[in-house]
Design a protein around this ligand. Structure first.
Ligand code: ADP
Ligand code: ZN
Length: 670
């Protein structure tokens, strides 16, 4: 046979930015496909790499032959090669880097022979270790639709919108049963698996050794071991955090994304992929259904369901007729001097504790949430052009919009009501803990936040204190809002809902609605109905009023109107361009030049350019950071404007001492 592709593009070292070209000796040609490991000479050394491309031509340089192709078939399944190629292109990272995200560390070197090589055994006999609950009518209907799509083997995206405690997990488990005997794998994504050990346990109870768990909290050798179990067909269900979307099944039959709205699905460093969106892309490539589940779907997903792109499945009620918790909103403007724990909230918690129940206190203290609030009317200053709350910079005593860069001096009188009680809101969980200690003498308090869960296993230990009843009070940040089943919690207190509302982000209202709904969902999961108290300066804010009545549809209607008016996603696509430099003037100069070049690149494309503006967190790891935001009607146009702008910035050498990085579909923006 004539050898058409004589040259190979090879990535050496996962995570590498560049690929190298080698020539292919004819005797190895039959095994040269993308995803194969190859042994190559590099300088004076011999290295292992991956084939990422085959071509008939090479550039104007000498190339060397590869030395060997050690495996009979490719280490990386073809479907995964295709997926990582798309991820690299869409999130603007080299293919080698995307592969580096997809494969466990240390796989390319030193793994001479794969364990137990050959035809994969039929994965059977291990299913059904624990008995399934008998599903209620809504669960049966939802699971039935997914099972039918699994059997059909076609691309079908579903949005499973189910209240907290409505039994979504049982639907996932039952949908996976439909894969039995098909030889295709199931991928289950959960946000931050180390925070949700219960879920992995439920999957293991049902599917036993068929379950492989993948996440970054495991040791490297354990991660490789689990990866191989999937690759060899020993495990047919992969459960993990975002990188599990790259589980190396030869064929995928179903993908589930639990809590699909969760921001932690977006990787913020390196290859900035969104695991939910990659899941939908993988399902479409593999021709299988994908289920996005949530009590509080993202605006993007619900919009897709409304437009008929996704099939909407609903579980409106909690299981076993359990009621949704009652939510009371406490107006802090009416309670001068009572912050942080008002007497109403303190009393409600005391009552629960006396009855032997537990209380959960929650403060959504995000990395960057300092703002000024008028204690008379609750007004918080916003940017007139971006509708984003202005952030208060204590050291500079200035109010700044982190989208367009607009800056103001903080008012001494409230611009809305003329009042003079403008207060700076800061402070975190530590302060609340001291307050609770004073209020509830002798009650053990468990605090869960970034500071207390630093060590491996600390989180599980802390939750254990609560689950065993040793602790009466659980206090924490958004970490405690996620999927735990703690039946002893009778009462939830949200200390200050406004911290999230005034995050400098167009998703601030959405995030607040989600987190309040989710944290409220932590209560009433046992035998007694739960109760929730939400303290705020803005009791009339739609994110809170709809969360209080468990009214997702009502919230969606108001939020989607706001997005449409300002042209934010899902009505547009965003790209965040980040300029970084050691010297502040280089970062600023680079940002100015970038904004200018993108503006001219965007001319006539419908893409608009916002900024430049200094990043909310202006210096990270010794580098100053500036943002430029591009907003476009479609991903294609956005990519085009980025390509043209970046090319011209490089050609004109407009970024001296400054690096440029792009975040496509950004989430956090700090
Ligand atoms: P969600 O994921 O929607 O929050 P879960 O699947 O965790 O809900 O279900 C909440 C609780 O209800 C779990 O303890 C689960 O075992 C139980 N449950 C789910 N479905 C049923 C059912 N059909 N009958 C009885 N209990 C159920
Ligand atoms: Zn602005």
């Amino acid at each position: 046979m004539e050898q058409v592709n004589k040259y190979l593009d090879v990535v050496i070292g996962l995570g590498a930015e560049k690929s190298f070209t080698y020539s292919l000796p004819p005797h190895l040609a039959h095994r040269a496909v993308p995803g194969q490991r190859v042994v190559v000479p590099l300088g004076s050394r011999v290295r292992t790499g991956y084939i990422v491309g085959l071509t008939a031509t090479k550039g104007e340089y000498d190339v060397k032959d590869i030395l060997d192709i050690p495996d009979a078939d490719p280490l990386v399944p073809p479907g995964l090669m295709e997926l990582t190629r798309w991820v690299g292109a869409y999130y603007r990272a080299p293919w080698g880097m995307a592969l580096g995200v997809a494969l466990p560390p240390g796989l390319e070197e030193g793994v001479a022979v794969r364990p137990r090589k050959g035809v994969a055994e039929e994965p059977d006999g291990l299913f059904g270790e624990a008995h399934a609950l008998s599903l209620n009518a809504e669960q049966v209907a939802a699971a039935g639709q997914v099972q039918a799509a699994v059997k059909e083997g076609s691309f079908r995206p579903f949005l499973l919108h189910g209240a907290t405690g409505s039994g979504k997990t049982e639907v996932y488990l039952s949908a996976i049963e439909a894969l039995k005997g098909s030889g295709r794998g199931a991928i289950v994504l959960v946000p931050e698996i180390s925070l949700t050990p219960q879920l992995a346990r439920r999957f293991k109870a049902r599917f036993g050794a068929e379950v492989a768990v993948l996440h970054s909290g495991l040791t490297e050798s354990k991660r490789r071991e689990e990866w191989w179990r999937i690759r060899n067909g020993k495990a047919s269900v992969a459960v993990g955090a975002r990188s599990a979307v790259f589980a190396p099944f030869t064929e995928v039959g179903l993908i589930i994304v639990d809590e699909e709205h969760d921001g932690s699905y977006k990787q913020e460093e390196g290859v900035k992929y969104h695991a939910r969106d990659v899941s939908v892309m993988r399902a479409s490539m593999e021709k299988c259904p994908v289920v996005l589940g949530s009590a509080t779907p993202s605006l993007e997903s619900y919009y897709n369901a409304k437009k008929g792109k996704y099939t909407l499945l609903e579980l409106p009620e909690r299981v076993l007729g359990r009621p949704m918790p009652r939510v009371h909103i406490i107006d802090l403007k009416d309670k001068p001097g009572e912050y942080p724990i008002t007497s109403v909230m303190a009393g409600a918690a005391r009552e629960r504790l006396e009855r032997g129940e537990q209380a959960l206190f929650f403060l959504n203290r995000r990395g960057f949430s300092d703002f000024l609030v008028c204690r008379d009317c609750g007004h918080v200053p916003e940017c007139p052009s971006c509708s984003i709350s202005l952030t208060f910079h204590k050291s500079a005593r200035s109010l700044r919009c982190h989208w367009c860069g607009d800056e103001q001096t903080p008012p001494t009188l409230c611009p809305k009501c003329g009042g003079d009680k403008i207060k700076y809101m800061g402070g975190g969980t530590e302060r609340i803990e001291k307050e609770l200690e004073k209020l509830y003498d002798g009650v053990k308090i468990t605090r869960v936040d970034r500071d207390t869960v630093k060590e491996r296993g600390a989180y599980a230990k802390l939750l254990g204190e609560v689950a065993s009843g040793e602790s009466g009070i659980l206090l924490g940040t958004q970490m405690v809002s996620k999927g735990h089943d703690l039946p002893g919690i009778g009462m939830v207190g949200v200390v200050l809902a406004d911290t999230g509302l005034h995050h400098p982000d167009f998703r601030a209202a959405e995030r607040t609605f989600q987190v309040v709904t989710q944290v409220a969902g932590r209560t009433g999961r046992g035998d007694t109905p739960g109760e929730v108290f939400v303290q705020t300066f803005q009791p009339e804010h739609y994110a809170l009023t709809h969360a209080a009545t468990h009214d997702y549809a009502g919230f969606y209607a108001e939020e989607i109107a706001f997005r449409k008016e300002l042209g934010y996603p899902p009505f547009s696509r965003l790209a965040l361009v980040i300029l970084r430099a050691v010297k502040p003037e280089n970062a600023e100069g680079g940002a100015m030049a970038a904004a200018r070049e993108f503006l001219s690149a965007a001319k006539g494309t419908g893409v608009t350019v916002l900024g430049p503006a200094p990043a909310p967190v202006k210096r990270v790891r010794g580098k100053y950071r500036w943002f430029v935001i591009l907003k476009g009607p479609s991903a294609t146009r956005l990519h085009k404007a980025l390509d043209v702008g970046i090319k011209s910035l490089n050609e004109k050498k407009l970024l001296p001492g400054c690096s440029l990085d792009v975040d496509v579909d950004p989430q956090g923006m700090v």
